[in-house]
Design a protein around this ligand. Structure first.
Ligand code: S3P
Length: 427
């Protein structure tokens, strides 16, 4: 088991240009390349455990992947291969759910599995709507838990109103519709817009997808899509750990270079702004998505209530909880039940760990309350969850701390500790 010892940090002014590439977009680049008949070119693909699992699955389904000087050339097979062994999604819910949608539309038999954490995450949210349009999906607990077995093909169109705002559910259904062999359009809607990379990227590849008044209409492909030619920007969710570090460390500032600025992904930075930190967005580029720099500077922080746009914040709430613990007053998170079914139960993990840091925190069914206070040196565990491990590494900058079981950081941000060591001593 890896144990991370992090010392108290002095103030810093740092420019970071090697934040991990965006995880959501990396997964999609690998998978979506299967929808074309030509070679996709992907620069700056995230080489972390989760997205390497997706790339391996794409290879197992018949794609040829060449890595030339760090650039990936992904050539799809003329027809998806029925792999002789299980497809390993590792720790990645995104991989499992997006492949469930895509493979339901491919003829063949496929088995998806992952690690012990993924094996306990709910898949019914995708399995059920896909079954309703004719997919044959099974797994443990009546198809809710992996291993997930799929016999794909022969899907009907749908008009599905998702009860939750989830980009994974939305993407799975859109993929099943784009790749379906029937002629009818499908319609998807969700309570609030979740991250929209799937719609944007597939439209960029030439798919007929129309987004109007909260409804997404997807027309099945008549012909293969255009290949991708993309440079993946830095991941705003990974960058946020260092934004939080600058916000809570007196006299500190960080410049995060070439970050994805999609509005569904930068809400946590807006919460920092609301709490009093100085945050600036400098847009530099636009291809498939807006890209630019984010500058975050410390200022005295005040408590905040977070109850809206939760799906735009879901991955950053653990790191935000550390910022709440530094603010004046009691901050609260509501309507965030989804946190309980992420890589760990993040409501209970955050509250349990903050208490070990000497911070007053109360668990609620759909969120938590956190009272700003004085951190004391601590030892916490990650619960096998990369975002819990990295959030508490940032918490340790205030007072020194130990985080146990930190291998999970490699699922999304393998150079996190290298960057952290520019702020403080890390062993
Ligand atoms: C993701 C969607 C989010 C997020 C996850 C990545 C994606 O989950 O938490 O880390 O790439 O589609 P939801 O399905 O809850 O939106």
């Amino acid at each position: 088991m890896n144990i991370l010892h992090v010392s108290k940090a002095a103030s810093f002014d740092l420019q970071i240009s090697n934040i991990a590439p965006d995880k959501s977009i990396s997964h999609r680049c690998a998978l979506f390349s299967l929808l074309s008949d030509k070679t996709s070119i992907v620069r700056n693909y995230l080489r972390a455990e989760d997205t390497l699992c997706t790339l391996n699955i794409v290879k197992s389904l018949g794609a040829e992947v060449k890595d030339e000087s760090g650039i990936l050339y992904i050539t799809p097979p003329s027809c998806i291969i029925e792999p002789p062994s299980i497809l390993d999604c590792g720790n990645s819910g995104t991989a499992m759910r997006l492949f469930m949608g895509f493979l339901s539309s491919c003829s063949g038999f496929f088995v998806l599995h992952g690690d012990k954490y993924l094996a306990n995450r709910p898949m019914k949210r995708v399995a059920e709507p896909l079954r309703n349009i004719g997919a044959k999906i099974d797994g443990r607990k009546k198809g809710d838990l992996s291993p997930i077995c799929i016999r794909g093909g022969g899907l009907k169109s749908f008009d599905y109103k998702s009860p939750i705002s989830s980009a994974q559910v939305k993407s799975a259904l859109i993929l099943s519709a784009v790749n379906s062999k029937n002629d009818m359009p499908s319609i998807f809607s969700e309570p609030e817009l979740s991250r929209d990379h799937t719609e944007k990227m597939l439209k960029g590849m030439g798919a007929d997808i129309r987004c109007e008044s909260g409804k997404i209409t997807v027309y099945p492909n008549k012909k293969p899509l255009q290949p991708l030619d993309i440079t993946i920007p830095a991941d705003p969710s990974s960058a946020f750990f260092f934004a939080a570090a600058a916000a809570v460390t007196p006299n500190s500032k960080v410049t995060l270079k070439n970050v994805l600025l999609n509005k569904t992904r930068i809400e946590a930075y807006k919460i920092l702004q609301k709490m009093g930190a100085k945050v600036e967005f400098v847009k530099k580029d636009e291809k498939y998505e807006n890209i630019g720099d984010i500058i975050v500077q410390h200022a005295p922080l005040k408590a905040v209530e977070v109850s809206e746009n939760i799906s735009w914040l879901i991955d950053e709430l653990p790191a935000l909880s550390i910022v709440f613990a530094h603010a004046q007053g009691i901050s609260s998170v509501k309507n965030a039940k989804e946190l309980r079914v992420k890589e760990s139960d993040r409501i209970s993990a955050v509250v349990q760990n903050l208490k070990l840091c000497g911070i007053e925190a109360a668990e609620k069914e759909d969120g938590y309350n956190i009272k700003g206070g004085e951190f004391k040196s601590f030892k916490v565990q990650s619960f096998g969850d990369h975002r819990i491990a990295m959030s508490f590494a940032i918490a340790a900058l205030a007072c020194g701390g130990v985080i146990e079981d930190t291998e999970c950081i490699n699922t999304s941000f393998p150079n996190f500790i290298d960057i952290l060591s520019k702020l403080t001593r890390v062993e």
